[in-house]
Ligand binder design. Structure first.
Ligand code: SF4
Length: 488
């Protein structure tokens, strides 16, 4: 489809709204000219005239054409014009396709941030619902979800001081690659990765020490730690001990409020590794089945069974872990609403402290983007609704929520937890409320000025080989942390 812009260049938001309806379509863009051919065309126009201007959207799609116009007085106002044009475009696409996205035309990845801002401005629940319905056509169901999430976040967000930070340790290795994975994770079974691992662990420990020195120098206060991946337990028990030992040696972990290790896939979890995790101070782990159906586990390329997940969970409980999260994904290849129901019910039976429901994300560029080839059931909305409802009934509450680009049906990922077991790190990263110092390949440091809301990011090299070979160069960027905090 061609989208042409006359008198404006609101490409980013316009494309995002179009993708809500046409996720598989690629768009061409024209500025200040009309296409010279017929076909699927969207015209987004802002045409000046005496005393004002006219906003206009016309969409030709599959042989049907719809349009809306709106007169405006005075001068152009980019912010309100862009929002108005997006609403016009949304309404037209709704009529042309018969689709009503549950999040309306709210396209950002952090809808709860908007709710939190409105709460801070003094709006009550009814006001917030009215505003978000009027501006974005968000459904009642999603508004309720976002509002409940905002309520669960209010205490953790209040409890932040401006020099507190979280530490993220990245271990971008996995035992094998899952078919849906879009993350830069490396299978430890490849000979390249196997060779790199010892060097990676060595450099990671170095970076942990150097980052701790920077934080000490700046008098920053460590609040939470998250060791994630990949699959951190893809490391051997000895390697895990080296990494967690470096954290313990270099940071004061006696006053932190939370320490998570993503144990992840149960084919990597052993009693010995769990003991290391416990003995080095972690207070929370994730055991992530994604599904409790063996056939689906096989279809996504995992080599463990649902029974292995149960065994890993029970071993963790026996070793004293009393804060366990379990991740699921709705819409995995070959899964069905019945299969997903089984997953959620089985996990509720295990009674972990938190359960996260993700929606499958797919890469647009991939061949797997076609639903048929991916063998993905189209009833993903049904799976998500069932899962969320069941968790609410079982006593879990939503506490963080985010959306990703290319999420099937534009649905959301939601973390549910029993009261008091909300993962602080997840809240802070999603709401961009606290500085995160990241170490390891693909780690991204996020520097947050809690007073102004200003955010700066520093990126580590993505791939382990680059991370190792260009370590010195990468560390030069860390001066940015000092500069940032010296200016607060
Ligand atoms: S465990 Fe996660 S990071 Fe690793 S390959 Fe599977 S989806 Fe990717």
């Amino acid at each position: 489809m061609t989208i042409c812009f006359i008198g404006n260049s609101f490409k980013y938001e316009t494309e995002a709204v179009m993708k809500l309806f046409l996720p598989l379509v690629t768009f061409d863009f024209l500025f200040e000219e009309y296409p010279d051919k017929e076909g699927d065309i969207c015209k987004v126009e802002r045409i000046p005239h005496e005393g004002g201007y006219t906003l206009s959207v016309t969409i030709a799609l599959g042989g049907m054409t719809e349009s809306e116009t709106m007169p405006r007085s005075g001068d152009f106002c980019d912010k309100t014009d862009e929002a108005e044009l997006c609403r016009m475009l949304y309404r037209i696409m709704q009529r042309l396709t018969g689709i009503t996205p549950a999040w309306g035309c709210l396209t950002g990845i952090r809808p709860v941030k908007k709710v939190n801002r409105l709460i801070d401005e003094g709006h009550d629940k009814a006001d917030i619902f009215n505003i978000l319905k009027k501006e974005y056509y968000v459904s009642d169901e999603k508004l309720e979800l976002a509002y409940q999430t905002a309520l669960a976040q209010s205490e953790p967000l209040k409890a932040l001081d401006k020099r507190s930070y979280s530490l993220y340790v990245s271990v971008p290795f996995c035992p094998s690659r899952c078919s849906y994975c879009s993350f830069v994770s490396h299978s430890i079974e490849s000979s390249g990765a196997k060779k790199l691992l010892p060097q990676y662990v060595e450099k990671l420990c170095e970076e942990i020490a150097e980052t701790a020195a920077i934080a000490r120098e700046l008098d920053l206060r460590l609040d939470t730690i998250y060791i994630g991946g990949g699959t951190p337990t893809a490391l051997s028990a000895e390697q895990l001990e080296a990494v967690m030992g470096a954290v313990k040696k270099n940071f004061d972990i006696s006053k932190i409020r939370e320490y998570t290790v993503e144990a992840g896939r149960s084919d990597t979890i052993t009693e010995k590794k769990l003991e290391v995790i416990r003995n080095f101070g972690a207070t929370r782990i994730s055991v992530n089945p994604q599904t409790m159906n063996d056939s689906v586990l096989k279809a996504i390329g995992r080599r463990h069974t649902a029974e292995d997940v149960v065994n890993a969970f029970k071993t963790a409980r026996r070793l004293g872990f009393d804060n366990i999260n379990m991740d699921t994904i709705a819409g995995l290849p070959t899964d069905t609403p019945e299969g997903f129901k089984h997953t959620i019910e089985t996990l509720c039976g295990l009674d972990p402290e938190s359960i996260t429901i993700h929606t499958l994300t797919v890469k647009r560029s991939s061949d797997l983007f076609s639903k048929e080839e991916r063998n993905v059931d189209s009833r993903i909305g049904e799976m998500v609704s069932f899962g969320q409802k069941k968790l609410l009934e079982t006593g879990y509450l939503p506490y963080y929520l985010y959306r990703q680009k290319n999420t099937v049906e534009n649905l959301e990922n939601v973390g549910f937890a029993k009261a008091g077991y909300e993962c602080l790190y997840n809240i802070y990263i999603m709401e961009e409320a606290q500085t995160i110092l990241a170490v390891g390949a693909a780690g991204s440091t996020k520097l947050v000025n809690t007073e102004t809301g200003k955010i700066e990011r520093l990126f580590n090299y993505k791939f382990p080989y680059e991370y190792i070979s260009r370590y010195g160069k990468m560390m030069e960027k860390k001066d940015g942390i000092t500069e940032f905090f010296n200016n607060i």
